[in-house]
Every structure is written in C-alpha cells, then in structure tokens.
Design a protein around this ligand. Structure first.
Ligand SMILES: C[S@@+](CC[C@H](N)C(=O)[O-])C[C@H]1O[C@@H](n2cnc3c(N)ncnc32)[C@H](O)[C@@H]1O
Length: 496
C-alpha cells in the first residue's frame, strides 16, 4: 500500500536535491526519515516535513544530513583507469595545446565528494605541464555535501582511497603521517572547493560557472531521474566552452537527449564534446521527456522492469528507428560497463534504454547478463525470455537461458536450450563445448565426443591466439588443447 506522507517526502527530496528514491523503497525511506525526526526531537513525520520545507538554518542543515544518508560519497584517486588514460593521453594534452597562447585552463569536477577526482586531475596536469605555475589554472571541485568538501580541503586520505593510484605518483605527491596519506601542498593549492547543488540554477549556483574546458561529472547522474539529468546536462553544456569536454560515468547518458554534446568514442569510454553549433543527438531510442517516470531508479535496478512502450508512442518522439551509430555506441557502453564489472550500473543503464528504445534483444541480453552477475537469476531469466520474444531466431538469449539452467542444476533444460542454440547458430562454439561437458557428466561419452569433435573443427579455423566469442579469457589454442585432451581420453567403453 502506498504511504502518502512518505510519497510527499519522496517528491520533496526529488525537487530539492534531484535524488530519486523508489516507491517500493518507501518502507525503508520511512524508517530513515523517522530516525532523522527522532534525532531532531521532532514529533512525527508530518512535523519533520515542515522542518524540511521551512526556510530556517536548521532546515538547511537537515537537508545536508539527508543528502549524506541518501547518497554514497565513494570516490578514490585515479578512478576508472580507462578514463584516466583518455584524460592523460588525449583530452588534457589537446586542451593544453589549444590554450598555449592564453595559458588559461579551467577544469571542474562536479560532484567531487571528498576531492579525490579534482586532485587526480591536478596531479595529471602537474605531470603534463611542467610550467604549470605560469598558467592561470582553475581546478574546481563542487559538491552538495559540505561535510565531504571539508574533508576534501584537508586532503588526508586512507590507503583505500589510493588503491588505484600508480605507486610512482603516490610516492611523488603524498607523504605518510600518522597512518594517513597527506597530499602535498603543491597539489592541494591547485584545487579549490565550493558547495554547489547541480540543481541550483541561480547565479550563486552552477549557473555562475562558465568557460570550463573540461567538466568531469562521474557517478553523480546515477541518483537522478531522466528529467533531472536532462536539466543538469543543459547546465553543464552552458558551463563549457565550445569544443570543451564532458566526462561522465559509463552509461550515465545512455538514452539522454545530448543537445549540443557530440559523443567521441575511445576504446575505453565515450566522452562528450560541446559542439560549436547546436544539433540534437540522441543515444539509442527516442527521449521521452514528458513520459519519463521520476520514480524509475538508476541507482538500483527495479525488481519488476518497466515495460517499454514503442518509441513512436512517446509524446514528441522522433519517428523511425534510432540511428544505427547511436545504437552501436549505446551497446558498446553497456558492454564496457559489464567488462568493467559494474553490473549494477549496466543493469540500470540497460533498463533506461529499454524504457526509451523498446524491446531490443541485445540490450535485454546485456541486462540479463548484468542481473546474472549479481545473482538476480529471476530477473536475468525474465529478460532472456523477453529477448526471445523480441528476436525469436537469435541464439544468444537461449544460450544465456542455458547457462541459467546449468546454474540451477537443471541439466536437461540446459541441454535442450543448447541444442536450440545450435539449431539457430550451427557454429556456436561455447554451445558445443558445454554440451560436450554435460553429456560427459551424464556418462554419455559418444555424444560428448561428437560435441568436442565439432568444437575442435571450429577451433582449427581460428588463429591460435584468438579469443573466441563467449569463451572469455581462453584462446583458441587453449580451447583446442582442452577439446583434444577430452577426445584423447579413452571412453569407458574402450577401456581394457
Ligand atoms: C559517488 S560520489 C562521486 C564522486 C566522484 N565524482 C567519483 O566519481 O569518484 C557522488 C557525489 O555526488 C554528489 N551529489 C549528489 N547529488 C548532487 C547534487 N544535486 N549536486 C551536487 N552534488 C551532488 C554527492 O554528494 C556525492 O558526493
């Protein structure tokens, strides 16, 4: 049953902070808010709502507490090696080259939490720009959470925050004091911090920020509804210079109207560049600003996936199929999230795409993989079945269903599904290998051998060092050696 008071508070939180909480999490939200009310010696939730709505200093302080409780400030130095590589080898050198004459460069870490991100940018710049003192550098870190900013200004970190920092940089820019890693003053003084709510479009808020060459806003959009992301994106766009770059977390802009942002794909990530002239870009599927639901979460996958409606139903949506290049980019981003092991973000991004772009079998399969990785097998299975409906002749959903069947120990179902896979895709190597193993486990040596022999035939046509699709981490040579060894083991019937 819905809880009207908590529902009202959910909407208030969304309006004030952009943070969305899900309706089916109302019970835990109520507990959290009741705890806060108790700690503030407020009688009940209704009075607590009044406190939040009031324009009092204690209301402002209470919002600060709530934001801390509703978000995670998790951050660490050199987070996402792939993006750091792009910053170090492409974006920062390009921006430095562009600004050689004026020697003015402006970088902004939006949603910087405890400062690891802007300080990582400062270290990169310090490394790339020996004469940095002669430049007019701005490296700004902003966040809603003022307590996190106070920690950022202190610039003292635990080992855990430096787990991804290259040892040479750790040695060069930190000293150890009383068990903490203390950032050198030289780097510390390159960065300034100020509180800013990304939803605040007043002059004092993000509206006052302009002429940025680079904005890094990672792992912040995950908390926002589609509408809020859209608003914030327009503000970040306005704060950038022409040709300036925006770096966000993987998949965070999938399905968003990119406005003036042009995606630039690198091997490890897509970054966004503000075009000189406006021109709308959209990643996979029609944006449905009017129809987007504020309560569909991105921070946690929903337990019942929202059924998508066809893109053409969306009010104001462009007609026709999404451009192929955009779809390919979206799929690349999703795969990158899965490869990076971020299944939660992959599942959330896939749900957003499904919500906007309709039943896409490949997106459904990637969502199923993400849920499978998180051991949410029912979700994984439901998505596979939707993928089968969307593309009945695609082998992949049946193959994923076979894996799920194996995980729950249903060998008969797994075999039947793998046979369907081979019926749909006669050269599906993993299906042969897995059927071989399943038959062997049941003592059906003859069938097992014919599967391994077929796998070996396929493997002979591949370069030895190729990594066949679906056989993550194994080369063709290693798999061939495995299949040969199984074939050369005497079958029980041939022994003695
Ligand atoms: C997970 S941290 C990300 C830190 C850093 N960007 C990184 O990727 O390592 C997310 C941060 O976003 C901040 N945040 C959430 N909503 C915000 C808003 N409306 N305005 C500004 N910051 C916000 C939170 O306070 C939190 O510190």
């Amino acid at each position: 049953m819905s809880d009207p008071l908590v529902g009202q508070l959910r909407k208030l939180i969304l309006a004030r902070t952009g943070l969305r909480t899900r309706e089916h999490d109302d019970a835990s939200l109520r507990r959290l808010l009741q705890d806060r009310a108790r700690q503030q010696s407020v009688r009940d939730l209704a009075s607590y709502t009044c406190l939040l709505e009031a324009d009092l200093p204690e209301s402002k302080a209470e919002w600060q507490e709530l934001v801390v409780l509703l978000t995670t400030g998790e951050s660490f130095f050199f987070r996402d090696g792939g993006q750091m590589y792009i910053l170090r080898t492409h974006l920062l050198p390009e921006l430095i080259g562009r600004r050689r004459k004026t020697q003015v460069l402006r970088l902004w870490s939006a949603g910087c939490s405890t400062g690891e991100e802007p300080y990582s940018l400062a270290i990169l710049l310090r490394e790339l720009l020996p004469a940095y003192k002669q430049w007019g550098l701005t490296i700004l870190g902003t966040d809603l959470n003022e307590r996190a900013l106070a920690q950022a200004r202190q610039a003292q970190y635990r080992e855990w925050s430096l787990r991804k920092a290259p040892p040479s940089l750790r040695e060069r820019y930190f000293t150890q004091q009383n068990g903490a890693w203390v950032l050198q003053d030289e780097i510390r003084s390159m960065v300034s911090f100020r509180p800013a709510n990304l939803l605040d479009d007043s002059r004092a808020g993000v509206f006052g920020l302009a002429n940025m060459d680079l904005i890094v806003c990672r792992n912040v959009f995950i908390y926002f509804s589609r509408e809020v992301i859209s608003k914030v994106l327009r503000r970040l766009e306005a704060a950038l210079t022409d040709d300036g770059y925006l770096v966000v977390g993987h998949g965070e802009l999938l399905g968003q109207d990119l406005g003036r942002f042009e995606p630039r794909a690198f091997a490890n990530s897509v970054v966004y560049q503000r075009a000189r002239r406006p021109g709308a870009r959209l990643l996979l599927g029609a944006a449905n600003e009017a129809g987007g639901s504020a309560s569909v979460p991105t921070s946690q996958p929903p337990s019942t996936p929202p059924r998508s409606r066809p893109a053409s139903d969306a009010p104001g949506a462009p007609t026709g199929d999404p451009p192929q290049a955009d779809r390919a980019e979206a799929l690349t981003e999703l795969r990158a999230l899965l490869a990076a092991g971020d299944s939660r973000a992959a599942a959330a991004a896939a749900e957003r795409l499904l919500e906007q772009g309709g039943e896409d079998s490949q997106v459904l399969c990637l969502a199923a993989e993400a849920y499978g990785n998180m051991a949410q097998r029912d979700q994984a299975e439901a998505h596979c079945r939707r993928a089968v409906t969307a593309a009945p002749l695609a082998a992949r959903p049946h193959y994923l269903l076979a894996q799920l069947a194996q995980e729950r120990g249903d060998a008969d179902a797994a075999k039947a599904l793998l046979k369907t896979v081979l019926y749909l895709e006669a050269k599906h190597l993993p299906a042969y290998l897995e059927l071989g193993d399943l038959h062997a486990r049941e003592g059906n040596e003859g069938r097992a051998r014919s599967m391994w022999a077929a796998a070996l035939d396929l493997l002979r046509n591949l370069p030895a060092d190729a990594e066949p699709e679906g056989c993550r981490g194994s080369t063709a040579a290693e798999l061939a050696a495995y299949a040969s060894s199984r074939l050369s083991t005497p079958s029980p019937g041939n022994q003695g």
